[in-house]
Write a protein that binds this ligand. Structure first.
Ligand SMILES: [Zn+2]
Length: 289
């Protein structure tokens, strides 16, 4: 039976092992606290967070290791509907030891507005448009499928257009009782032809003059999975492959695609996660010029 194996030498070895585990575990824990990470940005839905990772450590999320740039910075983005506490795993490379790091989220709510009596055709795109819409969605997804390993984002972000903010991240309209896609950008009500400039350095990965939904569209890769998109422009000043400094011209404000009036719609992604540009401005403000 089980008990018999605990007699004699077996028992002594077991007791000794237990004692050693207690000694090493007990003394090591007190002197072996994980390093603290100082995150910039706020733990809320749509947020972008940045931290410097001490040398000799890795950070994991959902089984994958987060990319670390040349200055040992890591980025983390939160989707619009995130509500659960985020648990990242800090791992020491030397011995593989892991610590869970828990970050509860600050609750966030969004403006929801009802719009009734909309002609159904403007709610549901006609079937002949669907092939074009799918083709363009694939084009946009491909542009963000990989990101350059250069921290263009690190010099910080400024607003890409002058003008009153007329639309915010996360808001949603319910058309004829059916919830539309949430709005993921921040809208600047600038006049037709007003300048759109790069909010931070980056490389142009998409420049399309006339997409069905977003009209004149440019996507800029700021490095390490951070992307900006600029929608509804009336003219583009860049082509794919252009490297931009902060403040360089991208195009001109317009109302192309499905827009009700001239404005710039600025969106941001961390990989496939749509984040709030206004929270990016807070987390990574442009360095003083
Ligand atoms: Zn918009």
């Amino acid at each position: 039976m089980v008990i018999t194996s605990f007699g004699g030498a077996g028992l002594r070895r077991w007791l000794l092992t237990a004692l050693l585990i207690t000694l090493s575990g007990g003394s090591a824990l007190a002197a072996d606290e994980p390093p603290q990470l100082n995150w910039r940005g706020s733990w809320q839905a749509g947020g972008l967070l940045v931290a410097e990772l001490p040398a000799g450590y890795q950070l994991h999320w959902q089984g994958a290791s987060l990319a670390v740039d040349s200055q040992r910075r890591v980025l983390f983005g939160l989707p619009r509907d995130a509500t659960d506490t985020v648990v990242l795993t800090l791992q020491r490379s030397a011995d593989g030891r892991q610590w869970p790091l828990s970050y509860p989220l600050t609750p966030r709510s969004y403006a929801i507005s009802r719009v009734d009596g909309v002609p159904q055709q403007t709610v549901t795109p006609p079937p002949e448009r669907l092939a074009r819409i799918r083709r363009e969605a694939a084009l946009v997804a491909a542009a963000r499928a990989r990101s350059i390993n250069q921290p263009f984002y690190a010099s910080g972000f400024s607003v890409p257009a002058a003008g009153r903010i007329s639309g915010v991240y996360g808001s949603q309209r319910v058309y004829n009782g059916v919830a539309g896609r949430p709005h993921y950008g921040v809208d600047y009500a600038a006049g037709h032809g007003a300048a759109v400039v790069a909010p931070a350095a980056g490389v142009v990965v998409l420049a399309e003059p006339d997409l069905f939904y977003s009209g004149g569209t440019v996507i800029v890769d700021h490095g390490y999975g951070l992307f900006s998109s600029f929608l509804h422009m009336s003219a583009l000043a860049v082509v794919v492959g252009d490297q931009l400094a902060a403040g360089d011209a991208i195009g001109k404000v317009g109302a192309s695609g499905r827009a009700t009036g001239p404005h710039l719609d600025w969106r941001m992604n961390w990989g496939a996660v749509r984040i709030d540009p206004q929270l990016v401005l807070q987390a990574l403000p442009a360095l003083a010029n």
